[in-house]
Design a protein around this ligand. Structure first.
Ligand code: PEP
Ligand code: MG
Length: 583
């Protein structure tokens, strides 16, 4: 019986999940935990011997080739791998696990080598700690030779699991099988990563940025993912399990209670209407918005059309996705954001040159403006869908006026083209931009003269204002929506929009947290676009407060000097109006 182990990471999607761990290796394949029938043991040991021999000859070939090209001092690296692989103690430990515990060879390899890696990792000497990577390489090689074509991919799940992985890209996360994956944990990843955002879309608990911990697990064991506090509990005891089962039950009953708000407006106690919309990544999420009584779609991240598939979407594919969403909400605004590809959102199968600072590189509107055929295809599809309802265009990551003007010129050109071909579309379709860079805020008075609405993308605005990579666990503590510099920029954007008389929305993750609702309303915001699952709670806060109360909170918050004080002040204020949400 293993002792319970509580590990800490970054909470990115709320809820509690309890279940069997499925460990994904670095190449995205699962390590099966299989117990063998007694009579299969000898065959399994033979399979192991063969895998060791094949792996050894691969290493020998690599050593010889490096010897020839670079000299024997480099080839010696492989010599060390060979020695480890052929170590008789390792061999007998593996055979023992297969023979006496009846583990499959894969499971025995991953279990034994992860234990070795853990020992090395804990040693004081940094030279020895670095050997962990060598052990991981040997594990990978052996698994590749054992699994061969039998490697099972994540797509082939048949029962509920909690996924534990070194890393999951947004596209891998988008492709998780929603029927079986009940939560996930990753060693890498930051608080604003798109992997985190997709977890919210899948409505499963998730914790990222755990640091290395997979050496402690090999799959099959019972795990708890606490997406509320950012914790993972390995081998939980009965008492912990009972506590978390109760918490999961409480969350379910709160959700049921909040369902009664579905058909009520997001209106403050003093009668001010707030437009509460949903953020979506996939067309099917429109059902999540409808279930929660959303007032529309404030952000449709269309790049996920690319992330979920190996082939480039055609105009027809774009149109089908948009028309599905618009038809489901024909009278409500549906804000379709043009492609925001690049940085951490790289389509499956696309091998772009590696950029040193991808978040400062070729991403978002910059990609669209450099790939006009791709951009035009999308614009045509959105325009065609515009006749089906209340569609709005939105350009992401605009950082200069020139960029906005270029994007609008391409749009005007595509409109002309459609007109020439007699294809119907709404010429008066509203065109908005995301406010995600400090430069956009600094120039906001000029921008508002050229667009119909603003939407503040705080996920990026935080990273560019504070110079903190949203995807990097090492600086996650510095990534903070309540930083006064970020709040000042948000305030400037809201004021500019109001002065010009155009709608302003916040669609970054910040708006999905009840902590910030009073502040944002107090700063003058009357539109919020949030993860669909957060709609009921945000609506409950809106209905529990008055605007003067929120304004007083905003005035006070804006006088505080640091993120920590602001956040705890906001939590205290929330506690006064809706005590059950103030965790
Ligand atoms: C944002 O940056 O706040 C935003 C909504 O866009 P994304 O998270 O897709 O970058
Ligand atoms: Mg963004």
């Amino acid at each position: 019986m293993q002792r319970p182990q509580r590990l800490h990471g970054i909470a990115v999607s709320p809820g509690v999940a309890i279940g069997e761990a499925l460990v994904i290796d670095n190449e995205g394949f699962r390590i099966p935990r299989r117990f063998l029938a007694r009579d299969a043991v000898d065959g399994e040991i033979e399979r192991l011997a063969l895998a060791i021999e094949t792996s050894a000859s691969e290493i020998t070939n690599n050593r010889d080739s490096v010897d020839r090209q670079l000299g024997s001092q480099y080839g010696a690296i492989f010599e060390a791998h060979l020695q480890m692989l052929r170590d008789p103690r390792l061999r007998s430990e593996l055979e023992e696990l297969i023979r006496h515990r009846q583990y499959s060879a894969e499971y025995a390899v991953s279990r034994a080598l992860r234990r070795y890696a853990k020992v090395f990792e804990s040693l004081e000497s940094s030279y020895l700690a670095d050997r962990t990577n060598d052990i991981a390489d040997i594990e990978k090689l052996l698994l590749r030779n054992l699994l061969g074509v039998r490697r099972e991919v994540l797509a082939q799940l048949t029962s509920p699991v909690l996924v534990l992985a070194h890393n999951l890209t947004p596209s891998e996360t988008a492709n998780l099988d929603r029927r079986f994956v009940r939560g996930f944990v990753t060693e890498l990843g930051g608080p604003g990563s798109h992997t985190a955002i997709v977890a919210g879309a899948l409505e499963i608990p998730a914790v990222v940025g755990m640091g290395l911990f997979l050496t402690d697990v090999s799959g099959g064991e019972l795990v708890i993912i606490d997406g509320n506090r950012g914790e993972v509990i390995l081998h939980p005891d009965e008492e912990t399990l009972a506590r978390y089962r109760q918490e999961a039950e409480d969350t379910r009953s709160l959700a049921v209670r909040l369902q009664s708000l579905r058909n009520l407006p997001a209106e403050t106690a003093d009668g001010v209407r707030v437009e509460l919309m949903g953020n979506i990544e996939f067309p099917h999420e429109i059902e999540h918005c409808l279930e929660r009584g959303a007032d529309g779609v404030g952000l449709y991240r269309t790049e996920f059309l690319y992330l979920g598939s190996d082939v480039e979407p055609t105009e027809e594919t774009h149109f089908e996705a948009y028309s599905h969403v618009v038809r489901a909400m024909p009278r409500c605004p549906v804000t379709i954001r043009t492609l925001d590809l690049g940085a951490d959102k790289v389509p499956c199968g696309l091998t772009e040159p590696i950029e040193r600072n991808p978040f400062l590189g070729l991403r978002s509107i910059r990609v669209s403006l450099r790939n006009l055929p791709v951009f035009r295809t999308q614009l045509r599809a959105i325009l065609k869908a515009s006749v089906l309802g209340n569609v709005r265009f939105m350009f992401p990551l605009v950082s200069t006026l020139l960029e906005l003007r270029q994007a609008k010129m391409v749009l005007a050109d595509v409109m002309e083209d459609l007109e020439e071909h007699g294809i119907e579309f709404r010429r008066d379709i509203p065109v908005g931009m995301m406010v995600e860079t400090p430069s956009a805020v600094i120039m906001i008075e000029r921008f508002v003269e050229e667009i119909d609405f603003l939407s503040i993308g705080t996920n990026d605005l935080i990273q560019y204002t504070l110079a903190v990579d949203r995807d990097n666990a090492a600086v996650a503590g510095l990534y903070n929506a309540s930083d006064p510099a970020v709040l000042k920029l948000i305030e400037m954007a809201i004021r500019a929009g109001r002065r010009r008389g155009i709608p302003v929305n916040v669609c970054g993750q910040m708006s999905s947290s009840t902590t910030y609702t009073m502040l944002l309303l107090g700063l003058g915001l009357r539109q919020l676009s949030v993860t669909p699952a957060a709609i009921p709670e945000i609506k409950q806060v809106c209905r529990s407060v008055t605007i003067p109360q929120c304004e007083a909170v905003a005035v006070r918050a804006m006088t505080l000097e640091n993120a920590r004080d602001i956040k705890s002040f906001l939590k205290e204020e929330l506690k006064k109006v809706v005590p059950e949400f103030a965790a």
